[in-house]
Ligand binder design. Structure first.
Ligand SMILES: Nc1ncnc2c1ncn2[C@@H]1O[C@H](COP(=O)(O)OP(=O)(O)O)[C@@H](O)[C@H]1O
Ligand SMILES: Nc1ccn([C@@H]2O[C@H](COP(=O)(O)OP(=O)(O)O)[C@@H](O)[C@H]2O)c(=O)n1
Length: 629
């Protein structure tokens, strides 16, 4: 790297020769942002001193409280603490190239690191940016950091000028600083960064890069097939593609973590976890060397390690177990699959999120379905979900079309009657019958079917989540809403700005029935989908809401309740604001919370409903209930 780069022969740390770049710059200059880019393009491992310190606080270590106080004050944590954390992270990592971000922040940091770690940096990357710009960025960073408030920000600026700039001057005097104008847009800054790193050599091998990003929570790996044979070359090419997935999910995860959208975070979290597990699994299946190195963490002579190495070495080189057998050659099939998988799954979710800002529950459930909850994964499911044809079919299929086992359905799925149902209604695609009256129709409190929608959500290809019907009590509707809307023509009712709000606000007795129409759906999956969606809606409706209602609601979905095909799950709202949950007519719980009722029925007749057509049809039919035609 030219004359500024030291001979790194002496730079031994954690039993390996390491290359280190210090990344410095004021708070908010974009160090973390650019480090993510460098990681992806040049295969470094990013160690943020600030992140390590924040993790230390969270871990509840004995230094946690002290670190917390120092950070809130914008001051600098004692050097031994930070140096130790960095040293440990370097030693633990499988990588040997590191970006150390936000360190050394003062002369003491620098000298301590030099004397303890005995490592000199390759060079120092300095992001130069004005305080006004940094302040603007920090105030909109939105990561919930305790020190991103104007008072602490000002203190951090002062500390930066007084303590950190001298460190940069020190390295400058040694000709080791590479200064970047960080006031430009992110992509332009990265062009300059790239020019600096380019001579540093080609991108690190994909496998290394990915492995350095792996977390070590590998408990779920046994779910993947253990006897998966694969050639070494194919394994490496797979890494490249899974790498794209890991890279982009990590990048996008970072962006959306600050968005506060819990469901999107959950979906991305799963993508991430899946991709990481998949990578590790590939490494194990394809590359005994990598496997051996990783397993050295557990002990190189462990039985598991040895038996897997033997397995990999002795297996036939084909991918039959994952059923990639299609017309294309196996390498291409797999590459195409993973490329599709990564770009379509993430692209779709991301677009959705940007368009709607609050994605509807089923779109997200669908996105989550692409990545199964790992605890439920089985070899057969994995094979099915990964079969190229199915994935392609799935990702190109609009979310609101149904999926039926063994059939491709092209027509629109939402089957909503144009008038109130006279007799029982049959959902044409599935043949499931919804009675027009859910209770005895002579009772004055009976509810009437006013809308029906089909929401097929594929959960691991073989399961659809629900079919739903929406019912209201005619008398109460006429009584409560009749006067206000008497003069509104039916045709306009569905577009009336207050109408749906009034339906939700009036505590009208109403009911949504979901019908499970595949075997194998777990009650836990249903609970998760509702909990996440309701949580989001509650948060949007009333940020100060009492979330205990949601906890209580979730607690009814006991894992012991089987929900085979045909199971009816009913949610009923009573006029006194209770939300009653029934499974096959048996009440499993009731929560008194008007907010929760509004959130639940809002999924069907509120903003971003599960089906817009069904929502409009409900309005049309309610008009009918009120004596309009
Ligand atoms: N070049 C840039 N232009 C505009 N905003 C940026 C730029 N670089 C980073 N940001 C944004 O500014 C905030 C601070 O960036 P970050 O990378 O966290 O800074 P640091 O790690 O230096 O404190 C983030 O919200 C980030 O998205
Ligand atoms: N070497 C370091 C790095 C960070 N820190 C502390 O961690 C805080 C946050 O640092 P950071 O690098 O994550 O964030 P920015 O201030 O660069 O945005 C600093 O303000 C310090 O209080 C430290 O004490 N020593």
């Amino acid at each position: 790297m030219g004359s500024t780069v030291k001979d790194i022969n002496e730079n031994m740390l954690g039993g390996k020769k390491v290359a280190i770049v210090f990344v410095l710059g004021g708070p908010g200059s974009g160090k973390g942002t650019q480090c993510s880019n460098i990681v992806e393009h040049f295969g470094f491992t990013h160690l943020s001193a600030g992140d390590l310190l924040r993790q230390e606080i969270k871990s509840g270590s004995e230094n946690g409280a002290m670190i917390d106080t120092v950070i809130k004050e914008g001051k600098i944590v004692p050097s031994e603490v930070t140096t130790k954390l960095l040293e440990e992270a370097i030693t633990k990592s499988g990588n040997d190239k590191f970006l150390i971000d936000g360190f050394p922040r003062n002369e003491e940091n620098r000298t301590t690191f030099e004397s303890v770690a005995k490592v000199s940096p390759e060079f120092v990357l300095f992001f130069d940016c004005s305080e006004e710009e940094m302040e603007r960025r920090l105030l909109s960073r939105n990561q919930g950091r305790s020190d991103d408030n104007i008072e602490t920000i000002r203190k951090r600026f002062k500390v930066f000028v007084e303590s950190s700039l001298p460190v940069i001057e020190y390295y400058e005097s040694k000709g080791m600083v590479k200064k970047i104008n960080a006031a430009k847009p992110i992509s332009e800054v990265f062009e300059d960064v790239k020019a600096i790193f380019r001579p540093y050599g080609p991108k690190m091998k994909a496998d290394r890069l990915i492995l350095s990003n792996l977390d070590h929570d590998l408990g779920y790996l046994h779910r993947f097939p253990s006897d998966f044979p694969m050639s070494h070359d194919l394994g490496l090419s797979l890494f490249t593609h899974v790498g794209t997935l890991v890279g982009s999910s990590l990048r996008q995860h970072r962006q959306i973590c600050s968005s506060g959208n819990l469901m999107v975070q959950e979906a991305f979290g799963r993508l991430n976890k899946f991709a990481r597990a998949f990578c590790y699994w590939l490494s194990r299946a394809s590359n005994p060397k990598i496997f051996r190195r990783l397993m050295s963490l557990e002990g190189p002579n462990s039985r598991a390690c040895q038996s897997h190495i033997n397995q990999v070495n002795s297996r036939v080189q084909n991918l039959a177990v994952l059923q990639f057998g299609c017309l294309v050659r196996e390498e291409h099939a797999v590459q195409q699959l993973l490329a599709n998988f990564a770009s379509r799954a993430l692209g779709r979710l991301w677009n959705d999120f940007q368009k709607q800002h609050a994605s509807n529950v089923l779109t997200l459930a669908g996105a989550m379905a692409i990545v199964p909850p790992l605890e439920n994964i089985s070899l057969k499911m994995l094979a099915e979900s990964m079969a190229l044809g199915n994935i392609k079919d799935y990702v190109s299929r609009p979310m609101d079309q149904p999926y039926l086992e063994g059939k491709r359905i092209k027509s629109r799925s939402v089957a909503v009657p144009s008038t109130i149902f006279q007799g029982d209604a049959i959902e044409p695609k599935t043949g499931i019958k919804f009675p027009a009256f859910l209770e005895d129709d002579s009772s004055p409190s009976t509810t009437v079917l006013v809308g029906m929608g089909f929401k097929g959500v594929k959960v691991m290809r073989v399961k659809n989540l629900d079919l739903y019907a929406f019912d209201l009590q005619p008398n109460t509707v006429s009584e409560k809403l009749g006067p206000k809307y008497a003069s509104v023509p039916t045709i306009q009712l569905k577009d009336h700005p207050d109408f749906y709000d009034d339906l939700l606000r009036e505590n009208l007795p109403m009911r949504v029935r979901l019908v499970v129409h595949y075997n194998g759906l777990s009650i836990g999956a249903v609970r998760d989908v509702f909990e996440s969606s309701l949580g989001l809606r509650l948060q949007k409706m009333n940020p100060n809401t009492d979330y205990r209602c949601l906890k209580t609601f979730g607690s009814y979905f006991n894992e012991d309740i089987p929900i085979p095909a045909g199971t009816k799950i009913d949610f009923c709202q009573t006029s006194d604001g209770q939300l009653i949950t029934e499974i096959d007519g048996r009440q499993i719980g009731a929560v008194k919370s008007k907010d929760l009722c509004r959130a639940l029925f809002g999924m069907y007749i509120g903003d971003s409903p599960v089906s817009l057509d069904a929502k409009k049809d409900i309005a049309k039919n309610v008009a009918g209930l009120m004596g309009k035609s």
